[in-house]
Design a binder for this molecule. Structure first.
Ligand code: HEC
Ligand code: HEC
Length: 216
């Protein structure tokens, strides 16, 4: 089209290029909108573990569907930079460009698949986890959903959605935060501080409850 603009030797060519420009401007916003709907090619890499819509798996691969796009992009950038540890995700993130990261984050953020299939957890664990998430624990643990948003759906870029996360992923992540809390005094109001107060029983209760809670 630019080529045509440079060459309008005749008035007719000029009007033709203006018309094409108008058509282009009309189509362009729609092509931006479709970014979130059409999977980027690199989704194939992720689908093997996270599922094609990001539901995750009972093997401990996190649900990334429906999470805040900026949170997802930030997580991928940290894996890429090596500032968030993961033997699995670091080498994968290193192969992604900033544009890939942005497209993938928007794509998964717009998905809402059913929960990843998993064996049903014990009912008493789910009940205890529900109480912890809504009201906190009498050992000073604050209600999970006071930070992670109503029904654990997440709250902005800082507080990730945790509803629907597979049991094993939540257990691993909470243990990871606990290791960090032992290495360094946690900042007040951080996840590391919350994790430092959790008993092993509470960790398994929270994980059981979150794994059966469909995010909405
Ligand atoms: C070989 C399996 C595998 C593949 C392939 C894979 N992931 Fe992961 N991903 C994982 C595991 C396991 C974790 C949990 C890592 C951890 O926290 O230690 C994870 C974590 C993540 C997280 C952090 C989620 C959170 O809530 O903290 C994001 C975001 C993510 N992956 C995105 C992607 C994207 C995008 C792709 C494709 C480019 C991808 N992953 C490919 C296994 C995989
Ligand atoms: C004071 C606010 C606060 C409370 C209360 C809180 N969290 Fe968090 N949580 C955070 C923040 C902030 C992060 C992100 C930390 C990061 O990315 O390093 C987080 C991250 C997490 C993650 C990792 C999610 C992911 O996708 O990687 C899990 C799992 C989690 N929290 C579970 C819980 C559970 C279970 C409870 C209740 C027992 C809880 N949180 C209570 C602030 C909170």
């Amino acid at each position: 089209m630019l080529f045509a603009v440079c060459r309008f030797a005749r008035a007719r060519d000029f009007f033709l290029s203006v018309r094409m420009g108008v058509v282009f401007m009309l189509i362009f916003p729609f092509s931006l909108l479709s970014l979130a709907a059409t999977p980027p090619a690199s989704v194939q890499i992720c689908a093997a573990c996270h599922g094609s819509s990001g539901a995750g798996s009972a093997a401990g691969v996190p649900r990334i569907a429906g999470m805040n796009a900026d949170y997802l992009a930030h997580a991928l950038t940290m894996f890429k930079a090596g500032t968030r540890r993961s033997d699995v995700m670091q080498p994968i993130a290193k192969t992604l460009s900033d544009a890939d990261i942005n497209a993938l984050a928007h794509f998964f953020s717009a998905q809402n698949p059913p929960l990843a299939p998993a064996p049903a957890p014990a009912t008493d664990l789910v009940t205890a986890g529900n109480t912890l998430a809504m009201h906190g624990g009498d050992n000073g643990v604050p209600a999970c959903f006071s930070c992670h948003g109503e029904n654990g759906r997440g709250n902005g870029q800082r507080f990730p959605g945790i509803a629907g996360e597979p049991d094993a992923f939540v257990v691993n992540r909470l243990h990871e935060f606990q290791v960090r809390a032992k290495a360094d005094t946690p900042k007040p109001g951080s996840m590391t501080e919350v994790a430092s107060k959790l008993t092993e029983e509470q960790i398994h209760a929270a994980a059981a409850f979150l794994s059966v809670t469909q995010p909405h």
